[in-house]
Design a protein around this ligand. Structure first.
Ligand code: PA5
Length: 445
């Protein structure tokens, strides 16, 4: 099981102050369980891991197999919660250099629909010109501009390159059951489609088809992922005592740190494969808690890389931060530092040691230095990077986020602030229906 250690926050906050959250946390857990808290229409993720059926997983795996059999490349078109979960899991589990390998055992996974860069989309369509590709179009609303724009290009290219019949086979939609343009297109074209449940918001949707289908296409075991999440669902259940419940402890600790003016939480890894877990986590916590002019700012760094860039700020900058380190206990491969006769780099003192031992000492040394420098440290240990443990990690962060948002007093399940830029963009682009906004915004320029 993954484990949580909050000992290195106790120089900054007291054990008693964390323990004092017990009643509040219980109330937050009850609000989640009973659906009596803010945003209770969006609690479908809460018991999702333990309720996913074998039939559903089999359907996802069968669809994934069709894409695997017929595609060299599969594009995941989605943004925010409609792509970050899949990318987080796939990148955490993938060989760092798979994308460069000529002979692949699974289709290459590429992401689109998460930006509006003309160069990105041009280069993507160029790259796909001689490829047998398929598309998973993911959008809950079915109207998100970034995703719809990319899908429009990809659909056309797929139909021209692969023919309408094959396109029908290798384009899959994951969207709302009834509404939105993605649903209309899927039904009209006869695409295989999966439903994003109404009561699961984007950033909590990794264990719905939004995450599970792309992960299965990439060749990873979605049953193990779900099993890990289900075990974490038990470990973080409402009946688990506060002191033994990792989600409760994490939520309480970060809220207490926030109260003590630690306004920024930096999620740290020492393994570059976790970069997109951090991106996913940033969205989960940022979009859930950043409202009503409140909320910890979620930031992330990849160490030791960023120790050579952001390390200075973290060590000696404004003392408004705390770190949450995800530490991978066992790496998947073995590599020893070789000995060198000339020893010009002076590294022979490391000869024979595992590279991971060096990394672990960098991790420990960093923790001690940052704590000494005034940065409280939370540590999450994940036994290894595999489907089961990643499933645990993701559910842990989800449930902790729900509890934490309620402790903060916000609705963790809406995102009203995301609309502001869209409204301006549509007004600037003269979208029909935005005439008044267009006029108002032009007057501001
Ligand atoms: O978490 C969220 O709700 C958002 O990040 C959405 O997932 C994102 O905006 C994409 O929305 P949609 O799936 O409707 O295209």
């Amino acid at each position: 099981m993954i484990s949580l250690n909050i000992e290195k926050t106790f120089g900054f906050i007291s054990k008693a102050s964390v323990a004092a959250y017990e009643t509040q946390v219980k109330a937050a857990q009850e609000a989640l369980e009973d659906g009596t808290g803010k945003g209770s229409d969006f609690l479908g993720w809460l018991h999702l891991p333990s309720s996913i059926s074998k039939e559903h997983l089999a359907d996802l795996k069968a669809t994934a197999q069709i894409l695997r059999d017929n595609c060299e490349v599969v594009i995941i078109a989605g943004i925010g919660g409609s792509y970050l979960g899949a990318r987080a899991v796939i990148e955490a589990l993938s060989n760092s250099f798979t994308w460069l390998q000529e002979k692949k055992s699974a289709p290459a996974i590429i992401y689109a629909g998460h930006n509006i860069s003309e160069d990105y989309l041009y280069e993507l369509t160029e790259y796909l010109k001689d490829k047998k590709f398929g598309v998973i179009n993911i959008s809950k609303s079915g109207t998100t501009t970034e995703t719809a724009l990319a899908f429009r290009l990809l659909k056309k290219q797929c139909e021209v390159q692969r023919g309408k019949e094959m396109a029908k086979k290798v384009i899959v939609a994951i969207t709302d059951a009834k509404k939105g343009a993605a649903r209309v297109t899927a039904d009209k074209e006869g695409y295989k489609s999966f439903i994003i449940p109404d009561n699961v918001g984007g950033r909590f949707s990794v264990l719905t088809p939004v995450g599970l289908l792309p992960i299965a296409v990439a060749g990873y075991d979605i049953e193990k992922l779900v099993a890990g999440a289900a075990d974490m669902e038990k470990a973080c259940g409402i009946n688990v005592p506060f002191a033994e419940n990792p989600a409760a402890q994490y939520a309480a600790t970060r809220n207490e740190l926030y109260k003590r003016n630690k306004k920024i939480e930096i999620l740290v890894n020492f393994c570059p494969k976790l970069h997109y877990v951090s991106e996913w986590w940033k969205q989960l916590y940022g979009e859930s808690e950043g409202k009503d002019h409140k909320g910890i700012f979620p930031a992330a760094v990849d160490f030791s890389t960023d120790l050579h860039s952001m390390g200075q700020w973290i060590q000696e900058g404004e003392r408004s931060i705390f770190e949450t380190v995800i530490s991978v206990d066992k790496v998947n491969h073995k590599l020893e530092v070789p000995s060198d006769e000339a020893n010009l780099d002076g590294l022979n003192f490391l000869a024979g040691k595992r590279v991971d031992e060096v990394n672990k000492m960098a991790e420990l040394g960093t923790q001690l230095a940052h704590v000494d420098g005034g940065v409280p440290n939370i540590r999450i240990v994940i036994p290894s990077l595999d489907e089961y443990n990643i499933g645990q990690l993701m559910y842990f962060f989800e449930i902790a986020c729900g509890i934490s948002g309620y402790l903060l007093g916000v609705n963790p399940f809406n995102q009203p602030g995301v609309e502001a830029y869209k409204k301006n963009m549509f007004a600037l682009l003269n979208k029909p229906g935005y005439e008044a906004e267009s006029k108002a915004i032009q007057a501001k320029l």
